[in-house]
Design a protein around this ligand. Structure first.
Ligand SMILES: CC(C)(COP(=O)(O)OP(=O)(O)OC[C@H]1O[C@@H](n2cnc3c(N)ncnc32)[C@H](O)[C@@H]1OP(=O)(O)O)[C@@H](O)C(=O)NCCC(=O)NCCS
Length: 351
């Protein structure tokens, strides 16, 4: 007697299983996270020959992304019972960020990934994003093909870089700078203020000022939702670099916990300096402020993203001793596809 083999994509009678892509509901969150982590663990294991002990270094994506952008988060479900894939998208104003996306290994290469990407496309259309982007693995023919199929173009490399934080002579971590609302940035006329310390009424006005900075980087780019979710869930904070009453720049960062920061690292998700103040010394000073903050929080590293088309920003990171941890390629599609100015001092993560 032949054993019955369960094939993915077919049920026990050999009928094609029905895969439906729908929006994530609250009850799906744990399962969606599990699918994401399993699919990526399998992928890393195939690439590197060993399974990561903790996928993404302990960083998490699903829960807060769903709270921030519930209409942009999807699952692929088999026969209405089993979640086999997930995709998280966000609209940063006029820029749609696609990903992460994952399909359980046994369900791959059956078109489910493309179904999820198409669902994200509908979300981007609903939000009228002019430009869509993602990052993927530059050496994987499958990943490049997948995004190419949906009209994305491979652009420059997108790196995640990091630098160990100088230990203060082995002293136990102190918290004052992290706890203080605003601190002087040593040797500069700047102050670093935490967004969370602002009165509620001032928060809206600050988000509007930040929007002016990002709008000058790319028309329509708006990080307001990211700032609000980091503040609302205390995933980290947004550091405001100020001189007197001027806002020179901002950095949205996550600290480890239930956030996108890996264990032991302060993770900068988005940093931009006002184009009127785009001097590389200012970026250096801003990085020092973030490193001090990490040290005050007892963290060992600062992690930053950088897109190589922002050449001045990348050169500054290299000069400051940052080294490459992850190399990906940015995929872009839509209007203003070549909007980047190499002199802009922007560190942005599209993962
Ligand atoms: C990337 C991922 C989401 C794709 O999901 P998927 O369901 O396998 O994707 P699909 O089946 O819709 O599409 C894959 C396509 O790549 C093609 N493909 C597979 N291997 C390929 C290769 N070596 N070279 C070129 N194309 C390849 C498949 O034939 C298919 O195209 P087709 O439908 O035109 O035949 C899935 O592989 C995954 O979860 N990987 C691990 C996590 C990950 O890498 N996420 C994405 C990070 S950007």
């Amino acid at each position: 007697m032949r054993a019955t083999v369960d094939r993915t994509g077919t049920d026990s009678h050999g009928r094609a299983a029905k895969i439906q892509v729908r929006r994530i509901k609250k009850g799906d969150l744990a399962k969606a996270r599990e699918v994401l982590e399993l699919a990526f663990s399998d992928w890393y294991e195939r690439q590197m020959g060993s399974r990561p002990r903790q996928v993404f270094g302990g960083a998490q994506y699903v829960h807060h992304r769903w709270l921030m952008e519930p209409w942009g988060c999807f699952v692929a479900e088999e026969d209405g019972t089993k979640i086999v894939g997930t995709a998280l998208a966000a609209a940063w104003g006029g820029i749609g960020i696609a990903g992460p996306v994952a399909v359980l290994t046994n369900y791959q290469n059956q078109g489910i990934g493309q179904q999820l990407l198409r669902a994200m496309d509908e979300f981007f259309e609903e939000n009228k994003t002019a430009l869509q982007g993602a990052v993927t693995y530059p050496t994987s023919p499958k990943h490049l093909y997948l995004y190419h199929q949906l009209g994305y173009h491979a652009k420059g490399l997108a790196l995640v870089m990091s630098r160990p934080v100088d230990r203060r002579n082995g002293a136990a971590p102190v918290m004052p700078a992290a706890a203080a609302a605003a601190v002087k940035v040593k040797g500069t006329p700047f102050t670093a203020r935490r967004f969370s310390s602002l009165e509620e009424a001032k928060k809206k006005a600050t988000i509007a000022r930040i929007h002016r900075i990002t709008n000058a980087v790319c028309r329509g780019l708006d990080l307001g939702k990211e700032i609000e979710i980091v503040d609302g869930l205390a995933l980290g904070d947004t550091l405001l670099l100020e001189r007197g009453r001027d806002l020179l720049g901002f950095a949205i960062y996550h600290a480890p916990g239930v956030s996108e920061a890996p264990v032991g690292s302060l993770y900068v998700k988005f940093l931009a300096l006002d184009s009127a103040h785009k001097r590389t010394e200012h970026l250096e000073q801003f990085l020092v402020a973030l490193e001090e903050l990490a040290s005050d929080l007892g963290l060992a590293r600062v992690l930053v993203p950088v897109y190589l088309r922002y050449h001045a920003a990348y050169s500054t990171l290299v000069r400051c001793g940052y080294q490459v941890d992850i190399t990906m390629v940015r995929m872009q599609r839509g209007k203003q596809e070549d909007y980047e100015d190499p002199t802009h001092l922007v560190l942005d993560d599209w993962r």
